[in-house]
Design a protein around this ligand. Sequence first.
Ligand code: PHE
Length: 351
Amino acid sequence: MSYRNDPYDPKQVALLDPAALAEAVADASKAFTAAADPDALTALRPAHLGDRSPLSLARREIGALPPAAKSDAGKRVNEARRAIETAYAERAEVLEREQAERVLVEERVDVTLPYDRRPRGARHPLSALLESISDLFVGMGYEVAEGPEVDLEWVDVDALNIPAGGSPGTFHIAPQRSGLVLRPHTSTVQTRAMLSRTPPIHVIAPGRVYRTGEVDATHSPVFHQVEGLVVDRGSTMAHLRGTLDHVARALFGPEAKTRWRPHHFPFTGPSATIDVWFPEHRDGPRWVEWGGCGMVDPRVLRACGVDPDVYSGFAFGVGIDRTLMVRHGISDIRHLVEGDVRFSRALGAGA
Ligand code: PHE
């Protein structure tokens, strides 16, 4: 490096010249003032306070000065630097405050505005229960199957080995001899599942069913069942029992017990009705009828295209409305069909 003057006068070195330093300070202040927000200000820092800023370059010149001149020059550079740092900090404070104020205005929420005037609905407890039962079976490898609520008499009666005329309480669809019924049970889905699949079959069919009769606290013309059907080589009554006991424990707790009573269904044999033990029933501990089950009748398998010499099957149908009523101590089934949202909310199925 060479300098113009010898003996050395720091004031004559361009970068250390007080006027040049003052100009650097003025430039920096001006630039900082022009910055519109904290980010823009940060972006200016390298140019005015960074390694290659006029100030840093000036500081580097000091080393080359004669000792006598160093302290004077250093003081001036430091002063200039402090001035720029101060200008920076002051501007930063202003910009940060402005930004905070802007956020307060822009993101303001008027808590007095009505947020949602539509009343909130709730999941119906039956839907929630049907779903959790389906989940349970899906976890065991079952598939959820569906069938129509208005179905062919053939599907409901003939294929299920039910005597001509159908089960008592079946709604028939007009006109007479339409061949259509409102399904009185979800067993119609057994027929449809076998017709549309090849074994092994593991299906669960939750759904709405219809039956005529008095409407009272325990009878509604519309109610819900979950049907289960397994068709496989070597399926037995023991598999059926194990499956239903597992489901009962999952739904009603580890202490749940089931009781089987011999029964007759045209589409199964042997057949049974299943009761569940309810220690916490609101009228005291008792057995409550839960549904029907049995080994699929070979005539049903054959009608649905399954060879009974190769495959055997078990099926069950359980009442869901009753399950819910007993679990929650609901005394009137009409609460389940009326659709009052307060009822749904009260049973904890609120969205
Ligand atoms: N469908 C019968 C009912 O509604 C229940 C059932 C289903 C029985 C499957 C046996 C097998 O009562």
